[in-house]
Design a protein around this ligand. Sequence first.
Ligand SMILES: Cc1cc2nc3c(=O)[nH]c(=O)nc-3n(C[C@H](O)[C@H](O)[C@H](O)COP(=O)(O)O)c2cc1C
Length: 359
Amino acid sequence: MVTTRICEQLGCANPVFGFSWWEPDVAIAVSRAGGVGVWGCTRRTPDEIEAGVSRMKEELGDLPWGVDLVIPAGMPDTDDRSAIEATLPPAHVAFVEYIREKYDVPDDGLPGFRSRFVRSEETARQQLSVVMDHRIPVLALGIGSPAWAVEAAHEQGSLIVSLVGAPTHAESAIRAGADLLVAQGTDAGGHTGPIGTFSLVPQVVDVAGGRPVLAAGGVATGRHLAAALALGAEGVWVGTAFLASVEARPSRSVLDKLLAAGPGDTVVSRSDSGKTLRMLRSAWSDEWEAADAPTPLGMPFQDILIGDLLGQILRHEVAPLVHEAAGQGVSHLTAQEPVAEIMDWLVREADQVLADLGT
Ligand SMILES: Cc1cc2nc3c(=O)[nH]c(=O)nc-3n(C[C@H](O)[C@H](O)[C@H](O)COP(=O)(O)O)c2cc1C
């Protein structure tokens, strides 16, 4: 079995961290299968985080697990949706209406994942406070690792994992107090920078000062896990490979798109969150790429501009516009499988590759 220093440190059987948002089921299944499951709860209300974290604690007992929050710099102080709405440019609002009408998206009057609340300093502190009350084993921070969050988590004994997309980001995360770095290359699903995983991982290892590094971005097979170890990483951090799993329970239209996608079927677009985000290519990303489309707004303004429509697209499965954040490894998804099988294959194939290489 592939094991590294991280396995000893955290008590996991193999050095595979599995990230998932939506419900905590995928993360729970990853930890049960010997890895470290991390629930991305940045779009969750404090009450939902309380319920999800309590459930993970209860179901996982002594197994290692974690949660992920995104706390970017420069967000508004408070969760004030009407203040944001008052600043939305009319041309942008009209463009969103044009998309709604062109694709006949029903307006059910409900918000979406991105517009249920405004990403703000206030919300981030409330979310973190709920998480901290539970003394979680691992706190992962995507996009920025503010020192106040790192300090609070360290006081509770959590291991701090920082996601970084460049060696300079790694240096800032180390200064803030990160214990473990995830070197996430551009191949990754979700928010991503321009540097490829193969180029990034050794550069982050070189600045990590002996701290463990996990490789992320395009990791979808045991060959990737073996290659990550060769690059100096001590494990992998995986998101896309679990998107079509049984436990992720994607809707029919999302599942069909995930299983049909090839490596060239993702794009990096600012149309969802205002920051560069790799997602499945769809009519949504094409509309925002069109020559006469407005430039997406920054975060959190884009969230509020498009959040209700995006929620309605997903709830009503408006197929041409349906999309999901997904990385270039999406082409490895060919069937819906339980998380335990995906984990088993990752680890067994890595073992086989390492044995063949004589390591
Ligand atoms: C659907 C989806 C949502 C994501 N949301 C977040 C997030 O909220 N916070 C975060 O730190 N990373 C997020 N990521 C990035 C993952 O943490 C991880 O770095 C990435 O999935 C790794 O690359 P891969 O997708 O090629 O496996 C997301 C990724 C996906 C696919």
